[in-house]
Design a protein around this ligand. Structure first.
Ligand SMILES: C[S@@+](CC[C@H](N)C(=O)[O-])C[C@H]1O[C@@H](n2cnc3c(N)ncnc32)[C@H](O)[C@@H]1O
Length: 235
């Protein structure tokens, strides 16, 4: 096999692993098992497929801080929800953010994120589909969730908990693969949460670059002043 054929084989294998990850039906046992096996080669695989989500969400966090927040980047508390191996944290650190916490379902992915040393704290075995019971309301200035609102992973209703842990007047930045947004009617959930006063849409980059096979939408939400009371009432 020559170098070019070898490269093509590796790219095909990477695409297959990415595709397989979308068929896990949100089953946390299967997801944890799958990512346990993928943790060591995840970055190589998504790199081969041109994954640029982490760079885009980090740049959006930089723009949000510059445009809206009074504190310096070093003092902005960020939650990287579904941090994986830490690709988002590394981009955030490059842009001057320092108070970054990571959570993820997979202990092995979380351990990789820990090894980057850009996070203040990383916790594995956290399911974003349920209540984030170790996290007080209004803990973060910015919450980011990149590559997790994707088929077979978490449902759109996980947005509500991300809003709860974000402080009033703080921001949530998420990516949604195009196919995911369509299949789950993500926009309907956004509308429901907007109507309930849980969040407001500030910006959406529609059909932007994400990974070779398809684009994503990147959403920036603001948590309104009154959101804490609304979210607690709901719970
Ligand atoms: C495609 S990776 C994205 C990782 C990282 N954010 C990035 O952009 O590289 C998806 C991550 O979501 C995590 N994940 C999947 N389902 C989850 C759930 N229900 N709760 C928390 N994390 C979950 C996986 O363990 C994996 O690390």
């Amino acid at each position: 096999m020559n170098a070019r054929e070898q490269q093509t084989t590796l790219e095909q294998a990477a695409r297959k692993r990415i595709k397989d990850s979308h068929a896990l039906d949100g089953d946390i046992g299967r997801l944890a098992h799958f990512y346990r096996g993928w943790a060591s080669s995840y970055e190589l695989d998504v790199g081969r497929d041109g994954y640029c989500g982490p760079m885009i969400v980090a740049e959006l966090a930089g723009a949000v801080q510059t445009a809206y927040l009074a504190s310096e980047r070093t003092a902005i508390a960020i939650l990287d929800a579904g941090c994986g191996t830490g690709l988002v944290g590394v981009e955030l650190e490059r842009l001057g953010f320092r108070l970054i916490d990571g959570i993820d379902l997979s202990q092995e992915m979380a351990e990789k994120a820990r090894q980057t040393r850009v996070y203040r704290h990383v916790q594995g075995d956290v399911d974003l589909n349920g209540p984030l019971s170790d996290h007080a309301s209004a803990s973060y200035d910015i919450t980011i969730c990149c590559g997790v609102f994707t088929l077979g992973h978490i449902g759109p209703d996980a947005l509500r908990e991300l809003a709860r842990v974000t402080r009033p007047n703080g921001f949530i930045i998420v990516s949604t693969r195009k196919s995911y947004a369509e299949a789950t009617s993500f926009e309907n959930e956004v509308r429901r949460l907007q109507d309930a006063g849980v969040l407001e849409t500030v910006q959406c980059l529609n059909d932007a670059k994400y990974i070779a096979e398809e684009g994503a939408h990147y959403w920036v939400f603001k948590v309104p002043d009154s959101a804490c009371a609304e979210t607690e009432q709901h719970l």
